[in-house]
Design a protein around this ligand. Structure first.
Ligand SMILES: NC(=O)c1ccc[n+]([C@@H]2O[C@H](COP(=O)([O-])OP(=O)(O)OC[C@H]3O[C@@H](n4cnc5c(N)ncnc54)[C@H](O)[C@@H]3O)[C@@H](O)[C@H]2O)c1
Length: 257
Protein backbone atom coordinates (compact mmCIF):
# COMPACT_ATOMS: atom_id res chain seq x y z
CA UNK A 1 0.00 0.00 0.00
CA UNK A 2 1.27 3.50 -0.85
CA UNK A 3 2.82 5.46 2.00
CA UNK A 4 2.38 8.83 0.29
CA UNK A 5 -0.18 10.18 2.74
CA UNK A 6 1.87 11.26 5.75
CA UNK A 7 0.30 12.42 9.01
CA UNK A 8 3.49 13.18 10.91
CA UNK A 9 2.81 14.72 14.32
CA UNK A 10 -0.96 14.89 13.80
CA UNK A 11 -3.04 13.94 16.81
CA UNK A 12 -5.68 11.35 15.89
CA UNK A 13 -8.46 10.30 18.26
CA UNK A 14 -10.00 6.93 17.32
CA UNK A 15 -13.16 5.62 19.01
CA UNK A 16 -14.06 1.96 18.82
CA UNK A 17 -10.28 1.56 18.72
CA UNK A 18 -10.35 -2.02 19.96
CA UNK A 19 -12.61 -3.20 17.13
CA UNK A 20 -11.65 -4.58 13.72
CA UNK A 21 -11.94 -1.31 11.77
CA UNK A 22 -10.76 0.95 14.62
CA UNK A 23 -7.63 -1.11 15.29
CA UNK A 24 -6.73 -1.38 11.59
CA UNK A 25 -7.14 2.38 11.22
CA UNK A 26 -5.12 3.12 14.32
CA UNK A 27 -2.30 0.95 12.93
CA UNK A 28 -2.29 2.77 9.59
CA UNK A 29 -2.54 6.29 11.08
CA UNK A 30 0.33 5.45 13.46
CA UNK A 31 2.39 4.03 10.59
CA UNK A 32 1.85 7.31 8.75
CA UNK A 33 3.26 9.24 11.73
CA UNK A 34 0.16 10.26 13.70
CA UNK A 35 0.04 10.36 17.49
CA UNK A 36 -2.88 8.20 18.64
CA UNK A 37 -5.53 8.60 21.32
CA UNK A 38 -7.33 5.25 21.46
CA UNK A 39 -10.84 5.24 22.96
CA UNK A 40 -12.97 2.20 23.70
CA UNK A 41 -15.07 0.84 26.54
CA UNK A 42 -12.66 -1.52 28.26
CA UNK A 43 -9.05 -0.96 29.29
CA UNK A 44 -8.06 -4.59 28.62
CA UNK A 45 -9.35 -4.41 25.02
CA UNK A 46 -7.50 -1.13 24.49
CA UNK A 47 -4.28 -2.62 25.84
CA UNK A 48 -4.55 -5.55 23.41
CA UNK A 49 -5.31 -3.25 20.44
CA UNK A 50 -2.55 -0.74 21.13
CA UNK A 51 0.01 -3.54 21.72
CA UNK A 52 0.05 -4.08 17.94
CA UNK A 53 1.13 -0.52 17.15
CA UNK A 54 4.65 0.30 15.95
CA UNK A 55 7.10 0.81 18.83
CA UNK A 56 7.76 4.35 17.61
CA UNK A 57 4.07 5.34 17.85
CA UNK A 58 3.07 7.81 20.55
CA UNK A 59 -0.10 6.30 21.93
CA UNK A 60 -2.48 7.16 24.73
CA UNK A 61 -5.47 4.97 25.65
CA UNK A 62 -8.62 6.25 27.36
CA UNK A 63 -11.45 3.97 28.47
CA UNK A 64 -14.74 5.74 27.84
CA UNK A 65 -18.34 5.04 26.92
CA UNK A 66 -19.25 7.20 23.91
CA UNK A 67 -22.87 7.48 25.06
CA UNK A 68 -21.88 9.26 28.28
CA UNK A 69 -21.37 13.01 27.76
CA UNK A 70 -19.07 13.41 30.77
CA UNK A 71 -16.85 10.59 29.53
CA UNK A 72 -16.75 12.05 26.00
CA UNK A 73 -15.81 15.47 27.38
CA UNK A 74 -13.15 13.73 29.49
CA UNK A 75 -11.48 11.88 26.58
CA UNK A 76 -11.39 15.11 24.54
CA UNK A 77 -9.89 16.99 27.51
CA UNK A 78 -7.34 14.23 28.16
CA UNK A 79 -6.31 14.13 24.48
CA UNK A 80 -5.74 17.91 24.52
CA UNK A 81 -3.88 17.80 27.83
CA UNK A 82 -1.60 15.04 26.60
CA UNK A 83 -0.91 16.14 23.01
CA UNK A 84 -2.07 19.78 22.88
CA UNK A 85 -4.85 19.40 20.32
CA UNK A 86 -6.88 17.05 18.10
CA UNK A 87 -6.23 17.12 14.32
CA UNK A 88 -8.04 13.96 13.24
CA UNK A 89 -11.13 12.42 14.80
CA UNK A 90 -12.25 8.95 13.69
CA UNK A 91 -15.72 8.83 15.27
CA UNK A 92 -16.15 5.12 14.73
CA UNK A 93 -17.58 3.23 17.74
CA UNK A 94 -20.77 1.39 16.87
CA UNK A 95 -22.86 -1.71 17.54
CA UNK A 96 -25.03 -3.85 15.29
CA UNK A 97 -27.70 -4.48 17.94
CA UNK A 98 -30.07 -7.40 17.78
CA UNK A 99 -30.77 -9.06 14.43
CA UNK A 100 -34.55 -9.24 14.25
CA UNK A 101 -37.42 -7.96 12.11
CA UNK A 102 -39.09 -4.72 13.25
CA UNK A 103 -42.15 -6.62 14.45
CA UNK A 104 -40.01 -8.58 16.94
CA UNK A 105 -37.51 -5.85 17.86
CA UNK A 106 -37.50 -4.94 21.58
CA UNK A 107 -37.81 -1.18 22.14
CA UNK A 108 -34.95 -1.13 24.64
CA UNK A 109 -32.63 -2.78 22.10
CA UNK A 110 -33.75 -0.24 19.48
CA UNK A 111 -32.94 2.64 21.84
CA UNK A 112 -29.53 1.14 22.71
CA UNK A 113 -28.46 1.09 19.04
CA UNK A 114 -29.53 4.71 18.58
CA UNK A 115 -27.73 5.63 21.79
CA UNK A 116 -24.36 4.22 20.69
CA UNK A 117 -24.51 4.83 16.94
CA UNK A 118 -26.25 8.22 16.85
CA UNK A 119 -25.91 9.82 20.29
CA UNK A 120 -22.31 8.59 20.50
CA UNK A 121 -21.40 10.15 17.14
CA UNK A 122 -23.28 13.36 18.04
CA UNK A 123 -21.46 13.70 21.38
CA UNK A 124 -18.11 13.16 19.69
CA UNK A 125 -18.89 15.92 17.19
CA UNK A 126 -20.21 18.20 19.93
CA UNK A 127 -17.00 18.00 21.97
CA UNK A 128 -14.33 17.68 19.27
CA UNK A 129 -15.62 20.37 16.91
CA UNK A 130 -14.87 23.27 19.31
CA UNK A 131 -11.22 22.14 19.53
CA UNK A 132 -10.87 22.03 15.76
CA UNK A 133 -12.83 25.22 15.09
CA UNK A 134 -10.64 27.08 17.59
CA UNK A 135 -7.48 26.08 15.72
CA UNK A 136 -9.29 26.42 12.37
CA UNK A 137 -8.02 23.01 11.23
CA UNK A 138 -9.09 19.40 11.45
CA UNK A 139 -10.62 16.39 9.80
CA UNK A 140 -13.48 14.36 11.24
CA UNK A 141 -14.43 10.99 9.79
CA UNK A 142 -17.63 9.41 11.11
CA UNK A 143 -18.32 5.74 10.49
CA UNK A 144 -21.65 5.17 8.78
CA UNK A 145 -22.23 2.07 6.62
CA UNK A 146 -23.77 1.04 3.33
CA UNK A 147 -26.73 0.34 5.66
CA UNK A 148 -26.91 4.14 5.89
CA UNK A 149 -27.55 4.29 2.13
CA UNK A 150 -29.87 1.35 1.53
CA UNK A 151 -32.42 -0.61 3.55
CA UNK A 152 -31.42 -3.83 5.24
CA UNK A 153 -33.75 -6.53 6.61
CA UNK A 154 -33.51 -7.45 10.30
CA UNK A 155 -31.16 -4.58 11.09
CA UNK A 156 -33.67 -1.76 10.58
CA UNK A 157 -32.48 0.22 13.59
CA UNK A 158 -28.83 -0.22 12.59
CA UNK A 159 -29.76 1.02 9.11
CA UNK A 160 -31.74 3.96 10.56
CA UNK A 161 -28.83 4.84 12.85
CA UNK A 162 -26.36 4.86 9.98
CA UNK A 163 -28.70 7.01 7.84
CA UNK A 164 -28.62 9.40 10.82
CA UNK A 165 -24.80 9.39 10.85
CA UNK A 166 -24.81 10.56 7.23
CA UNK A 167 -27.25 13.35 8.15
CA UNK A 168 -25.08 14.41 11.09
CA UNK A 169 -22.02 14.40 8.82
CA UNK A 170 -23.58 16.61 6.15
CA UNK A 171 -25.01 19.03 8.71
CA UNK A 172 -21.73 19.26 10.63
CA UNK A 173 -19.93 19.96 7.36
CA UNK A 174 -22.24 22.94 6.79
CA UNK A 175 -21.65 24.13 10.35
CA UNK A 176 -17.92 24.32 9.52
CA UNK A 177 -18.55 26.70 6.61
CA UNK A 178 -15.67 29.08 5.98
CA UNK A 179 -13.23 27.11 8.16
CA UNK A 180 -10.51 24.54 7.50
CA UNK A 181 -12.42 21.88 9.39
CA UNK A 182 -13.77 19.07 7.20
CA UNK A 183 -16.38 16.49 8.19
CA UNK A 184 -16.92 13.34 6.14
CA UNK A 185 -18.16 9.82 6.71
CA UNK A 186 -17.30 6.41 5.38
CA UNK A 187 -19.79 3.74 4.38
CA UNK A 188 -18.08 0.36 4.63
CA UNK A 189 -19.78 -2.61 3.01
CA UNK A 190 -19.18 -6.25 3.89
CA UNK A 191 -15.95 -6.17 5.90
CA UNK A 192 -14.47 -9.42 7.26
CA UNK A 193 -15.24 -8.99 10.93
CA UNK A 194 -17.06 -10.18 14.02
CA UNK A 195 -19.87 -7.69 13.32
CA UNK A 196 -20.49 -8.98 9.80
CA UNK A 197 -20.55 -12.60 11.01
CA UNK A 198 -23.00 -11.64 13.77
CA UNK A 199 -25.35 -10.01 11.25
CA UNK A 200 -25.17 -12.82 8.70
CA UNK A 201 -25.57 -15.61 11.24
CA UNK A 202 -28.27 -13.67 13.08
CA UNK A 203 -30.28 -13.44 9.86
CA UNK A 204 -29.89 -17.02 8.66
CA UNK A 205 -29.46 -18.83 11.97
CA UNK A 206 -26.22 -20.45 10.75
CA UNK A 207 -22.94 -19.59 9.02
CA UNK A 208 -23.43 -18.83 5.30
CA UNK A 209 -20.93 -20.04 2.64
CA UNK A 210 -18.49 -17.29 1.66
CA UNK A 211 -19.46 -17.31 -2.05
CA UNK A 212 -23.12 -16.78 -1.11
CA UNK A 213 -22.24 -13.84 1.15
CA UNK A 214 -20.47 -11.98 -1.66
CA UNK A 215 -22.75 -12.88 -4.57
CA UNK A 216 -24.07 -9.29 -4.71
CA UNK A 217 -20.63 -7.70 -4.33
CA UNK A 218 -18.94 -6.89 -7.67
CA UNK A 219 -15.50 -7.35 -6.05
CA UNK A 220 -16.60 -10.95 -5.22
CA UNK A 221 -14.87 -10.89 -1.85
CA UNK A 222 -15.19 -9.36 1.60
CA UNK A 223 -13.33 -6.14 2.37
CA UNK A 224 -10.56 -5.93 4.95
CA UNK A 225 -10.24 -3.52 7.85
CA UNK A 226 -7.03 -2.22 6.28
CA UNK A 227 -8.93 -1.24 3.12
CA UNK A 228 -11.34 0.85 5.20
CA UNK A 229 -8.38 2.34 7.08
CA UNK A 230 -6.80 3.47 3.80
CA UNK A 231 -9.84 5.61 2.97
CA UNK A 232 -9.91 7.06 6.49
CA UNK A 233 -6.20 7.95 6.19
CA UNK A 234 -6.89 9.71 2.89
CA UNK A 235 -9.80 11.70 4.35
CA UNK A 236 -7.65 12.56 7.40
CA UNK A 237 -4.85 13.90 5.22
CA UNK A 238 -4.33 17.17 3.40
CA UNK A 239 -4.75 15.26 0.12
CA UNK A 240 -8.50 15.45 0.89
CA UNK A 241 -8.38 19.23 1.41
CA UNK A 242 -11.42 19.84 -0.85
CA UNK A 243 -13.49 16.92 0.46
CA UNK A 244 -16.20 17.66 3.04
CA UNK A 245 -19.77 16.52 3.66
CA UNK A 246 -19.11 13.35 1.67
CA UNK A 247 -20.18 9.76 2.32
CA UNK A 248 -17.41 7.55 0.91
CA UNK A 249 -18.42 3.98 0.13
CA UNK A 250 -15.79 1.28 0.76
CA UNK A 251 -17.87 -1.63 -0.43
CA UNK A 252 -16.32 -3.37 -3.43
CA UNK A 253 -19.10 -1.90 -5.57
CA UNK A 254 -21.99 -3.37 -3.51
CA UNK A 255 -24.12 -0.19 -3.72
CA UNK A 256 -23.24 0.58 -7.33
CA UNK A 257 -26.06 -1.62 -8.62
N1 LIG B 1 -17.78 -4.74 10.14
C1 LIG B 1 -18.47 -4.32 9.12
O1 LIG B 1 -18.71 -5.07 8.14
C2 LIG B 1 -18.98 -2.90 9.10
C3 LIG B 1 -19.61 -2.43 7.94
C4 LIG B 1 -20.10 -1.14 7.92
C5 LIG B 1 -19.93 -0.31 9.01
N2 LIG B 1 -19.31 -0.79 10.13
C6 LIG B 1 -19.16 0.14 11.25
O2 LIG B 1 -17.79 0.27 11.54
C7 LIG B 1 -17.62 0.59 12.92
C8 LIG B 1 -16.61 -0.38 13.52
O3 LIG B 1 -17.12 -1.69 13.34
P1 LIG B 1 -16.23 -3.01 13.57
O4 LIG B 1 -16.54 -3.97 12.50
O5 LIG B 1 -14.82 -2.62 13.83
O6 LIG B 1 -16.95 -3.55 14.89
P2 LIG B 1 -16.34 -4.05 16.28
O7 LIG B 1 -17.48 -4.57 17.06
O8 LIG B 1 -15.17 -4.92 16.00
O9 LIG B 1 -15.80 -2.69 16.89
C9 LIG B 1 -16.63 -1.73 17.47
C10 LIG B 1 -15.93 -1.17 18.70
O10 LIG B 1 -16.75 -0.15 19.26
C11 LIG B 1 -16.70 -0.29 20.67
N3 LIG B 1 -17.89 0.27 21.29
C12 LIG B 1 -19.17 -0.17 21.18
N4 LIG B 1 -19.97 0.57 21.96
C13 LIG B 1 -19.20 1.49 22.57
C14 LIG B 1 -19.45 2.51 23.52
N5 LIG B 1 -20.69 2.74 24.00
N6 LIG B 1 -18.42 3.29 23.93
C15 LIG B 1 -17.16 3.07 23.46
N7 LIG B 1 -16.86 2.10 22.58
C16 LIG B 1 -17.86 1.32 22.15
C17 LIG B 1 -16.61 -1.79 20.91
O11 LIG B 1 -16.11 -2.08 22.21
C18 LIG B 1 -15.72 -2.24 19.77
O12 LIG B 1 -14.36 -2.30 20.15
C19 LIG B 1 -19.00 0.53 13.55
O13 LIG B 1 -19.53 1.83 13.64
C20 LIG B 1 -19.78 -0.30 12.56
O14 LIG B 1 -21.16 -0.03 12.61
C21 LIG B 1 -18.82 -2.05 10.20
Amino acid sequence: MSDSIRLDGRVAVVTGAAGVIGAATMRLLAARGARIVAVDRREADLAAATAGLPASAETFAVAADVTDEDQVAAYVRQACNRFGTIDVFFNNAGIEGEIKPITAYPLEAFRRVLDVNVVGVFLGLKHVLPVMLKQNRGSIINTASIAGLIGSPQIAVYSASKHAVIGLTKSASWECTGTNVRVNCICPGLIESRMLSAIIEGRSGAPVPADKVVDRVPARRLGQGAEVAAVVAFLASDDASYVSGAAYTVDGGRTAA
